[in-house]
Design a protein around this ligand. Structure first.
Ligand code: ZN
Length: 494
C-alpha cells in the first residue's frame, strides 16, 4: 500500500499547474504583451516561480521520497520518484530569494537585450548581463555538489544535460570542429554552382503561413493541440498536455527561413505532443534532456526537410502557394536549401557551419563562468574566436555576441545541447533507416507516419525513464558520437 507516492504525485501535479501558468505568461510576453506591461509581467512570473519553488522544496517532500522508494510502484511511478529525487536535490540547493531574483532579472533582461540588439550595443546590455552572470555563478556554486563535476560550467550544463561534463564537450569540439572545417571548402565549392538568388522573389507572409501549416500538419503536428505565432526569436513551449505553442518569424524575400523554422519548432512540438498524457508534467511524461529535444527538431528540419526527396514531393504545393517557383525546378529549391555559406547569424547558419557558432559561444560561456574572461571583453573575445573558426570579421555586436536571446534568460550551459542535438539527430535517423528499410521510399512519397511512430516509441514515450546516453544506446546501439553526423554531412554537402 503506497502512502507517500500519492502525496508526491499530487504535489508535483500542482507544481506543473504553476509551471505551465508561468510558461503561458512567458509565451504571452514574447508574442502579444504591450511594451509598458513588462515590469508587471516580470513580477507575475517571479511570484509564480517562487510559489513553484516553495511547493517543490518543502521538508515533507524529503520524507515522502525516502518512504516512496520502499513502496510497491509501477515502472512509471519509479521513473517519477527517481526524477523527483534529482529535481528535489537540485531545487533544495537554491534559496527562494535566488530563484525569485533570477526570474525577475531575466524577465526584465529579455526586453533590455532586445533593445540593445536593435541598437547593436553590447554596452547597453552589460549592466543586466553582469547581474545575470553573477546570479548564474552563485547558482552553479550551489548546484555543483548535486550535479557532480569539477567546475561551475559542469553544474550549469548538468541542469540541461544530466551527466555531461564540460571536458566531454570540449573533447567533442576538439575533434568535430576540425572535421567540419575540412568539409567547408568542398561544401562551399559545391554550393557555388547554385546562385545565391536562385529563389529570388516575393513570398507574402500569408502564403508562407499557409504552406508552413500544410507541411507541419503533414509531418504530424496536431493543430487542435497547438498553434503558431510570430516572434523575434523562434521557440516552442508546452503549456499543457494538449497545448504546444510554436513561433517563427517571416522574411518576404525568403520563404525557406520560416519554413525551416517551422519544421524545426514542429520537431520540438511533436516531441512534446508525444509525451505520455497519463504522466504529463511528471518525470515519466517529461523530455529526457535538451540534447534529445534538439535532436527531434534537427531531424525534421534537416534530415527530412533538407532532403531532395522532400522537395520532389512538396514542389507542386510550393508552386501552388508561390506561383513564380514554377520557373525553377524542385532540384534547384533543394540545392538552394542546402546552400553553404560563411555567415554571422547562428539561426540562419547552414548545417556545415552551424556547430562552429556553438563552439564560439561554448568557449565564451565556459570562460565567463570560470571567471577567466571579463564581461567587458566579451565582444572582442567573441569576434576573435569567430574570425579564427569561420574566417569572418564580425561587423557589430548585433551580428556577434548579442545575436542570441539565451544570456537574457541566464541560459548559460544551454548552447552545447544544440551540437549534441545535431549529433543525436544524425545517429537516430541512421538507426531509424536500419530499423525500417522502406523508410526513404515512404518519406519520398510524403508519408511521415512510420518515422514519427519510430520516434514516438524510441524517444518520446521514454520520458525521463532513461538518461540521454542510455536512451541513445537503447535506440541506436551507442551513446552520442560524431561519426553518423559527419557521414551525413559529407554525403549531403560534398
Ligand atoms: Zn531547437
Amino acid at each position: 500500500m503506497s502512502t507517500a507516492y500519492p502525496q508526491l504525485e499530487a504535489r508535483y501535479r500542482e507544481a506543473a499547474l504553476i509551471k505551465t501558468t508561468q510558461s503561458m505568461l512567458g509565451w504571452d510576453q514574447e508574442t502579444y504583451l504591450p511594451a509598458k506591461a513588462h515590469p508587471w509581467r516580470a513580477d507575475q512570473i517571479a511570484w509564480l516561480a517562487g510559489q513553484q519553488h516553495r511547493l517543490t522544496t518543502g521538508d515533507e517532500i524529503g520524507g515522502w521520497l525516502a518512504q516512496a522508494t520502499s513502496e510497491d510502484l509501477t515502472p512509471s511511478q519509479r521513473t517519477n520518484v527517481r526524477g523527483w529525487q534529482r529535481d528535489y536535490a537540485l531545487a533544495r540547493e537554491l534559496p527562494n530569494t535566488l530563484v525569485e531574483e533570477l526570474t525577475r532579472t531575466t524577465a526584465q533582461a529579455t526586453q533590455i537585450w532586445a533593445e540593445a540588439r536593435a541598437r547593436s550595443s553590447f554596452a547597453d546590455f552589460l549592466p543586466q548581463l553582469s547581474k545575470l552572470v553573477a546570479l548564474a555563478q552563485e547558482k552553479a556554486d550551489r548546484l555543483l555538489p548535486i550535479t557532480g563535476g569539477t567546475c561551475r560550467y559542469d553544474a550549469l550544463l548538468g541542469e540541461y544535460e544530466p551527466g555531461i561534463r564540460t571536458a566531454e564537450v570540449s573533447a567533442v569540439f576538439a575533434s568535430f570542429a576540425p572535421a567540419l572545417a575540412a568539409l567547408l571548402e568542398p561544401a562551399l565549392a559545391r554550393s557555388a554552382t547554385t546562385p545565391a538568388d536562385a529563389l529570388a522573389g516575393h513570398y507574402p507572409v500569408a502564403a508562407q503561413q499557409a504552406f508552413n501549416r500544410e507541411v507541419a500538419t503533414a509531418i504530424g503536428f496536431d493543430f487542435a493541440a497547438g498553434r503558431i505565432d510570430t516572434t523575434t526569436h523562434p521557440f516552442c513551449t508546452e503549456l499543457g498536455p494538449y497545448d504546444v505553442r510554436q513561433t517563427t518569424r517571416y522574411d518576404e524575400a525568403n520563404f525557406l527561413s520560416s519554413l525551416f523554422g517551422i519544421l524545426h519548432e514542429s520537431g520540438h512540438g511533436l516531441y512534446d505532443q508525444g509525451l505520455s498524457k497519463a504522466d504529463w508534467g511528471l518525470p515519466a511524461g517529461e523530455a529526457c534532456s535538451l540534447g534529445i529535444h534538439e535532436s527531434q527538431s534537427r531531424l525534421w528540419e534537416n534530415h527530412v526537410g533538407g532532403s531532395d526527396a522532400f522537395w520532389a514531393h512538396w514542389y507542386p504545393r510550393a508552386c501552388h502557394h508561390f506561383p513564380h517557383l514554377k520557373d525553377v525546378s524542385a532540384a534547384t529549391i533543394a540545392a538552394a536549401a542546402r546552400r553553404v555559406e560563411r555567415s554571422f547569424i547562428r539561426v540562419d547558419a547552414d548545417e556545415v557551419t552551424y556547430d562552429l557558432h556553438i563552439a564560439v559561444r561554448f568557449e565564451i560561456e565556459r570562460d565567463l563562468m570560470a571567471g577567466t574572461l571579463a564581461l567587458a571583453d566579451v565582444p572582442e573575445a567573441w569576434n576573435a574566436l569567430f574570425k579564427k573558426l569561420t574566417g569572418l570579421t564580425v561587423p557589430d555586436d548585433a551580428h556577434g555576441c548579442l545575436q542570441d536571446i539565451h544570456w537574457s534568460f541566464a541560459g548559460f550551459g544551454y548552447f552545447p545541447t544544440y551540437t549534441l542535438g545535431n549529433l543525436n539527430a544524425a545517429q537516430l535517423m541512421a538507426a531509424a533507416r536500419r530499423a525500417v528499410p522502406t523508410l526513404d521510399d515512404q518519406l519520398a512519397s510524403g508519408q511521415y507516419h512510420t518515422l514519427l511512430t519510430w520516434l514516438r516509441t524510441n524517444v518520446h514515450e521514454k520520458g525521463r525513464s532513461l538518461t540521454a546516453p542510455e536512451l541513445m544506446t537503447a535506440a541506436t546501439g551507442q551513446p552520442t558520437v560524431a561519426g553518423p553526423m559527419l557521414a551525413y554531412l559529407e554525403a549531403k554537402f560534398c
